[in-house]
Design a protein around this ligand. Structure first.
Ligand SMILES: [Fe+2]
Ligand SMILES: [Fe+2]
Length: 455
């Protein structure tokens, strides 16, 4: 299977850099809007990749990791290379990425985040006196920047060369087979659904639920693991559920408990069809949950706790289709990443149902609140939402942001067609987009390994 080509390498996620001496391994950054910089000192045998998200900090919303911005991350990377024994006099740079990815909207052209990041990178490299041996920036597609550490040789590869066209005989399931595919999805436990309903209700007393979590050993252990992961970033270790309640409060603890249930749910359905990284469905869900919550907190248009749950559950339909998508991964990859088809169009065409429709059927069967149903079935086209439109718009905007800044790891090609109207619904002007990009959770850059709890 072609995906093995990806899995054999060490990924450098967005907002991160990696430095190494010579060894038998390949570093790789999958780049879309982001810009990747390889710097090597062949004589010292030291090199690395720096994967930058944005040109420079747009505000002071939070103390974001310096590694994600060109103006702060690149100097850090260069200094760290020197600390590892590389000499600035011998350094050589290779730059890639900064593309306008997916279907292009006026907003993208106006902002051209990738182009501005690349500009900053070239400026800094010139100032530091580091020659650029090769650069391939701009354009409209994702690319892969790789560094073979044994030879200290970089490579810039377009995605179509990584996943060659393969003849796949994909038999569309019949309506009956589709129904059984959806009915086989093991539901999220009742308690998790109860929590999602109660979190919405300001009046409800959450104490009893917290007690229930404390008594379920498996979930309590997972909750503690998540509390101590980079995902929550408490900055201190919590050793018990009681301590976690004290630090986080009942509501947040219960949100984390729902995340733990969703992790179990996804891990039992995840065949890595939608994602190139292990545990991709949960990684994406939890990243979206954090982003939706942050944006909701900033905009005050929907309750942040509910936005978190909406982000967590928005792609539940993928659980039903993941096995199918996995079988035809190269086909889906070509159509959504190399071609310009949206994921829902490709699903509709190849399987006969989209993950949003599969999600709608699951959400209805599980009797999720209307606002969550809207997020699940309309997050690719919020104009279709009758109830819960604001939430659908919020999740859509977050999905577009995620697909722009975490390109390549997900089989997502979000159409920006609804961006302007959704931003309007949320009371956002186009000038707010760089600030919104800053809300993309920092821990995403740590990769799924930093996020997953023990299995
Ligand atoms: Fe999504
Ligand atoms: Fe989706």
């Amino acid at each position: 299977m072609m995906k093995q080509m990806f899995l054999g390498t060490e990924y450098v996620d967005s907002g991160c850099y990696a430095i190494s001496g010579r060894r038998k391994a390949v570093l790789q950054a999958v780049l879309g809007t982001c810009v990747g910089v390889v710097i090597r000192d062949r004589e010292a045998g030291i090199g690395g990749i720096c994967h930058l998200l944005l040109p420079e900090p747009a505000g002071t919303y939070e103390a974001w990791p310096k590694e994600r911005y060109a103006t702060t991350g690149l100097p850090l990377f260069i200094a760290d290379l020197e600390a590892h024994g590389a000499s600035k006099k011998r350094m050589e740079a290779f730059v890639a990425g900064g593309a306008l990815v997916g279907p292009i909207s006026n907003l993208d052209l106006e902002l051209d985040v990738g182009g501005r990041t690349a500009e900053k990178v070239f400026e800094i490299l010139a100032k530091e006196g580091i020659p650029v041996v090769r650069s391939e920036t701009g354009g409209y597609f994702t690319c892969n920047l790789r560094l073979d550490l044994s030879a200290m040789e970089p490579e810039i590869i377009p995605p179509e060369d990584l996943i060659p066209a393969t003849e796949i005989d994909l038999k569309k399931p019949t309506e009956e087979e589709l129904n059984s595919l959806i009915s086989r999805v093991r539901p999220i436990p009742q308690i998790a659904l109860k929590i999602t309903r109660m979190i919405q209700d300001e009046q409800s007393d959450l104490k009893d639920l917290a007690q229930e979590i404390r008594q379920d050993q498996v979930i309590a252990a997972k909750v503690l693991n998540l509390c101590n992961s980079a995902f929550i970033g408490l900055g201190r270790k919590v050793r018990s559920i009681d301590e976690a309640i004290l630090v986080l409060g009942d509501k947040t603890l219960l949100q984390i408990a729902v995340s733990a249930y969703v992790e179990i749910f996804y891990s039992s359905h995840n065949h890595d069809g939608y994602s190139l990284c292990k545990g991709g469905l949960f990684h994406h869900a939890v990243g979206m949950a954090r982003l939706c919550e942050r944006l909701a907190r900033k905009l005050k248009v929907v309750p942040p706790e509910v936005a978190y749950t909406a982000g967590l559950l928005h792609d539940i339909g993928r659980a039903a289709l993941d096995q199918y998508v996995c079988k035809a991964f190269p086909l889906f990859y070509r159509r959504t990443q190399v071609g310009e088809e949206s994921l829902t169009e490709a699903e509709q065409d190849l399987i006969g149902i989209s993950h949003t429709e599969a999600g709608r059927r699951l959400a209805e069967a599980w009797e999720l609140p209307n606002i969550l149903q809207a997020a699940i079935c309309c997050h690719h086209n919020p104009s279709q939402a009758k109830k819960g439109k604001t939430m659908a718009c919020l999740v859509y905007v977050c999905e577009v942001l995620m697909s722009r800044f975490n390109t390549g790891l997900e089989l997502e090609n979000m159409s920006p067609a609804h961006m302007e109207s959704s931003m309007k619904t949320l009371g956002l002007g186009p000038h707010m987009l760089p600030k919104m990009a800053e809300l993309v959770p920092a821990y995403i850059s740590l990769g799924p390994g930093a996020l997953m709890t023990d299995r």
